[in-house]
Design a protein around this ligand. Structure first.
Ligand SMILES: C=C(O[C@@H]1C=C(C(=O)O)C=C[C@H]1O)C(=O)O
Length: 180
């Protein structure tokens, strides 16, 4: 009987469920990198918003999307959501750390290294967008798969309210036709 319900650790090892599980896991990984970005900027005076960097990210997205045969505008819209979600995480953590300085990070990661990590995630996320074109084109199946993937990610990754809110923003345009 136990074998029918894999232990949480086994589930965590295999990632979020369903056909959008791998994409969702990358989205969550990018949100988590947002925590590191916040730690890199907090207390330095560096703004959360960096429009020049955003433009660079979106240009990279458009170029790589075209090379993969994905629609550049749709890919850019998806990444605009990733950027918005990252900034929601950053603002939430800034507010938390300002209100509770004891929770603020004690080490400051290097923003340049973090951005290299984000560039790698751009490539991996685009590959997953490409791999899920078919499932994302089906309105109802996509919505069901997205709920499955997100629901399992929330549990497996133990997402708090801030990261759940950010995940909702980040997957806003995953299904080609958004549910009502
Ligand atoms: C992640 C950063 O913070 C913001 C979010 C970005 C992103 O999600 O790619 C890019 C620039 C910033 O507006 C960053 O500065 O690198």
């Amino acid at each position: 009987m136990a074998a029918e319900f894999p232990a949480p650790a086994a589930l965590a090892a295999s990632g979020s469920l369903g056909r959008l599980g791998a994409l969702t896991d990358l989205v969550v990984e990018r949100l988590r990198v947002g925590d590191d970005v916040a730690a890199a900027k907090f207390g330095t005076g560096s703004p959360i918003d960096d429009p020049a960097r955003e433009e660079q990210v979106l240009n990279q997205v458009r170029e790589q999307a075209s090379a993969l045969g994905l629609a550049p505008d749709a890919a850019a819209a998806f990444f605009r959501d990733q950027i918005t979600a990252s900034k929601v995480v950053q603002r939430g953590l800034f507010a938390r750390w300002t209100a509770h300085p004891g929770q603020a990070p004690t080490t400051r990661p290097d923003l340049g290294e973090i951005r290299t990590q984000l560039d790698r995630l751009t490539t991996e996320l685009l590959a997953q967008l490409k791999a899920t074109v078919d499932v994302r084109a089906g309105r109802i199946p996509c919505t069901v798969q997205l709920k499955l993937a997100n629901g399992s990610a929330v549990v497996l990754d133990r997402l708090d309210a801030l990261h759940r809110q950010a995940l909702g923003i980040a997957v806003h345009s995953v299904c080609a036709v958004s549910p009502a």
